[in-house]
Each structure stands twice: as C-alpha cells, then as structure tokens.
Design a binder for this molecule. Structure first.
Ligand SMILES: *Cc1c(COP(=O)(O)O)cnc(C)c1O
Length: 464
C-alpha cells in the first residue's frame, strides 16, 4: 500500500482546546506577540520544538515503573548503560540531565582560552558552552547548505576542505572536532557516512578527537539509509553504529532521539577522560549512576533508544514531514528542501518579500500562523540569530529568515499535518496583507525567548 500509517494505536489521549482567532489575538497580545510567552493551553498544534515533547510508548511507561531510585548502583543505570553501549559501542557512559549539561561537562575539560572547536554547525547551547570555556566555536557548513531551495541529499555535511585548513592553521589549538547529526541549526539536514569518514581521516592525521553531537542520530541514520549509495540494505541500527564507530565519543540530548521527555549523556572510549568527567559530574549533576536523572528516566531512555531505530517508526516520521514539505512546495510556498529529519522550515524572506529584515519577517509569519490556526512555530532568523552591537545598538541580519515547524515525535497524526498545510496555505494566500513587527524590549542575550514585539502597519509599498 502507498499510504504510510502511524505505526501505533493510541492508548492515552490528551485533549486539545480549540480556540478562535479573536481569542488568540488576545492571548498573543498579552504575550507581547512572543510565542514563547504563550500558555500551551492556548495553542492548538504546538510545533515550537521537537525537544522533550514526544509521546512515550507503552513499553517506556512500563519501564518507568521498573525504575529503581537507589542513589548508587541502581539496576536502572545498568540497563541504561547497556542500551547506550549496544547502540554506540562506546564503553564509557555518563548520564546527564539533558544535552547541554553534557556539553557543560565536556568543554571545560577539553577546551580553553585560545582553543578552536570546528563543527558543521554548532547548536546554540553547544556554541554557548564552548565560548564559556574561553574557546572559539567555528561553523564550517558545506556550500550546499547556504541555499534553502537547492535539493541535495546531504546538506548537513561539514566542508572538509575548510576543516583541513582550520586544522593546519590552528595546529595544537583544536581540542576536538564536533559534527552535529542531523544538522539542527542548518535545517535538520543529514550528514553522510562519506563525510564522517572524511572527518575521521582528518582527525587521525592531526591527532584530534572527533565527537558527534548525536541528538538526532537515528533520523540521520535513516536518511543515510534512504539517500546514500549502497546503504539501503543496512538496518538503521547498523548505520547508526557505523556513524558512532567513526567517532571517539558523543554528547546526546535524550529529549530528541532518546524518545524521552528529559535526559542526556556523554559516551566515549577514553577511560581517563571519562574519569575526569565523572569527577565533575558529581559536583554539578549527581552520582555517576544517575547524573541528574531519576532511575525511571534512565529506564525510559534505555527503552527509547531501542525504539527509535525501528524501521517502521522512522518511515512514518519522515513520511509525515516529507508530506507537508512536498504539498507546500507543490503549491509554490517557499519551504526548505529537501525535507530534513525533524521539522518543516518556511523561508520567510521569500514568503513575505515586502517585509524587510529590519521588520523581522520570520516573527511576523510565526505570529500570523498562530492567529490563523493556533499553530505555534519558532522564528529562526534575525530575532534569534541576528547580531546586535553592544555599544552602537546596530543590528546585522541572520543569513536566513526561517520559521521552523518542529514535529514532536509520535504526537500528531496525519490529519493534524493536513490541518497544518491548510493553515500555511491560508496565510500564503493572504501574504500581501501581512506587515512586519518591531522589537519593543529585549534582554541582552538570547533575546528571542523574552523579547516583546509590536505589530507594524503594512508598508505602503506592499499594498500596491
Ligand atoms: C537540543 C540540542 C542540544 C541540547 O540539548 P538539551 O537537551 O536541549 O539541553 C544540543 N545539540 C543539538 C543539536 C540539539 O538539538
């Protein structure tokens, strides 16, 4: 059959409260036109993030009941450790309460002032933790990643020539190479095995450790299976293992491909490094056999890591995202292509060409998607990534003005996706009537979370 169905039945449901446009106008005005400030009860379809928002399986809930809350030596940890070892082949397994806690442990041990840490693209918390250790976080995405409309299989790849130059120019100053799979900041685009092999060769030549930011390792492995020549015959778990075999270690947020609501870990081969990390772990996270998590969380993650590599699950997840991307692209809506692993990205600069970057087209579009259909999305453009000079207040735009519709795992069905398409199309047809926004107040750092906006009248030019 051609129809790819949700490979699960629903055992427990969470009601969605329906709202109308007038109610949503009030809710968003009270929130300062910032979607982060909305109460979730005022949201119909919540696509703000795919992090920690997924549904757990019956087996995960059963695992929750098996959780052992002993302070030290709980069997929950043994099951967690065994699941991570089986998946990654990394002997050393260190639990943390989420991905950024893993980063916060790792970087101060490896990096220092003057260090340079290259990546395909660092996630924002990864960059912040690298910079906190005094080092420089360097993004080296491949050329294809710069064009949102270009269809290429592996737009998440790192630019190997640029990585080689970086290693030559910074000999002795690169404490590790990071590769983010899939490349979240770059649109959820996958990294190929060929590219990871290239990174491994450079890591060997320059004797530098190579770590994966493995948050979406299974989505990346599925896209390798589907898109990389010669990989169709391999299971997702086998491909994931090939990815981990090329690396020396990884940081992981279990809130993504751990299929859990909280959690993370560091895993690596180097026992001396792991020993140092455990020493730090006890101070900030907890004893090495729970690391900031409850025993029940460790059990839920152990089970989630086994379910996330199931073929039927990944087929459904990617079919659902591809379905939205292809429908929207067919109707001319500017959408990032090809479909990535966890989200649909609208190109707001092309969607609202009459709104200049100074009037934040991504935020304007995200606001309208909410008013039109109660969909909560996230601006990934100048509000989030633009640079504001601390002394002059002068602003520099982000490279792209995107709106991300992140899809929580196993949470929404096909009809929810049909509804999303209908809302985006409705806004697309009325795009000429949508004006920009101004920032009324903003905090010094990470402004997108707490900024307040005002809606601007439609520019005269757009009305004609
Ligand atoms: C979410 C994420 C992180 C951080 O993980 P948290 O669990 O949110 O702290 C790091 N890297 C990438 C690529 C992510 O998507």
């Amino acid at each position: 059959m051609k129809t790819i169905i949700e490979p699960f039945r629903i055992k427990s449901v969470e009601p969605i409260r329906m709202t109308d446009r007038a109610e949503r106008e009030v809710a968003l005005e009270n929130a300062g036109w910032n979607l982060f400030a909305l109460a979730s009860r005022d949201v119909v379809i919540d696509l703000l993030t795919d992090s920690g928002t997924g549904a757990m399986s019956a087996e995960q809930w059963a695992a929750i009941m098996r959780g052992d809350e002993s302070y030290a030596g709980a069997p929950s940890f043994e099951r967690f450790e065994a699941a991570v070892r089986e998946l990654t082949g990394f002997e050393q397994v260190i639990p943390t309460h989420q991905g950024r806690a893993a980063e916060h442990l790792l970087f101060p041990v490896l990096a220092k002032t003057g260090s340079v840490v290259p990546s395909n693209t660092h996630f924002d918390t990864t960059r912040a933790n690298i910079e906190l250790s005094g080092a420089k976080a360097l993004d080296l995405p491949c050329a294809a990643s710069h064009d949102p409309a270009r269809i290429e299989p592996f737009k998440g790849d790192i630019d190997l020539a640029a990585l080689e130059r970086c290693l030559v120019e910074n000999q002795g100053r690169v404490p590790l190479i990071m590769v983010t799979v899939t490349n979240n900041a770059g649109g959820g685009q996958p990294v190929s095995l060929a590219n990871l092999r290239g990174v491994r060769a450079l890591a060997d030549r320059f004797r530098v450790p190579f770590f994966l930011d493995a948050c979406r390792f299974a989505e990346n492995a599925f896209l390798i299976q589907q898109r990389e020549p010669g990989q169709r015959g391999h299971s997702i778990a086998a491909i994931a293992r090939m990815m981990f075999d090329l690396a020396d270690g990884c940081t992981m947020s279990a809130k993504k491909d751990g299929l859990a609501n909280i959690g993370g870990f560091i895993a690596c081969r180097d026992a001396a490094l792991a020993d140092e990390l455990r020493t730090r772990l006890v101070v900030t996270e907890g004893f090495p056999t729970y690391g900031g998590l409850a025993g029940r969380d460790l059990d839920a993650i152990a089970q989630g890591l086994r379910e996330v590599v199931e073929q039927d699950y990944q087929e459904y997840r990617h079919a659902s995202i591809r379905y939205v991307v292809e429908r929207l692209a067919a109707r001319g809506v500017p959408v990032l292509q090809p479909a990535g692993g966890h989200a649909i990205f609208l190109d707001a600069a092309k969607f609202l060409p009459h709104v200049s970057w100074r009037e934040y087209p991504g935020q304007a579009l995200a606001i309208e998607l909410y008013l039109a259909g109660g969909i909560r999305s996230c601006e990934i453009g100048t509000v989030m990534l633009g640079h504001v000079d601390a002394t002059t207040g002068e602003e520099t735009p982000a490279e792209h003005e995107l709106v991300r519709l992140a899809v929580p795992r196993r949470t929404y069905t096909q009809s929810h996706m049909d509804y999303v398409i209908e809302v985006v199309e409705d806004v697309w047809h009325r795009r000429h009537t949508i004006g920009g926004v101004a920032i009324e107040s903003q905090p010094r750092v990470l402004r997108h979370f707490r900024a307040k906006f005002a809606r601007l009248p439609l520019a005269v030019a757009a009305k004609v």
